[in-house]
Design a binder for this molecule. Sequence first.
Ligand code: GLN
Length: 191
Amino acid sequence: MRIGVLALQGAFIEHENVLARLGVQPVEVRLPEHLEGLDGLIIPGGESTTMGLLAQKWGLLEPLRAFARSGRPIWGTCAGMILLAKEVVDGVPGQPILGLMDITVRRNAFGRQVDSFETDLEIPALGDPPFHAVFIRAPVIERVAPGVEVLASLEDGTAVAVQQGRLLATAFHPELTGDVRFHRYFLRLAG
Ligand code: GLN
């Protein structure tokens, strides 16, 4: 299996390390031609405005949309989730996004001061035990269209992980905790 990791900016190496641990050779994607022959793609966390602008600059936006249209899975974590969303609240005006998932996300939803935290999430799709989730200046999902499945929510009901077909989005960073279950879940979508 060949899984790409968008390697323009942000926490791509951490995703590559988890994939390697699972026996999958990661492929760094920086140009449209790097998408060829991939079975799936991870868009990492980082800074969504910067990542979007770099993707635009390197001509990746339309090839990434075509990649999703071809039915191949994409998983966006944190900033990657923002790029996947159709609608971004509190984004930078005109920030380039892919607009692939029918969700509305709010950037930096937890504010500036208390901008990072960790919590355990019940995720039925992953089973027991709860998943330790790291949120770093994280967005939240404010609206999900019918047909988008909520995989995980905070205790107050805020959605933080969703799936629409073979598109997956998490507001937190599963590549940072050593728990590989989310990566396995994504590899099953890709396989
Ligand atoms: N706050 C960042 C953004 O808006 C996302 C943070 C992250 O990916 N950890 O792009």
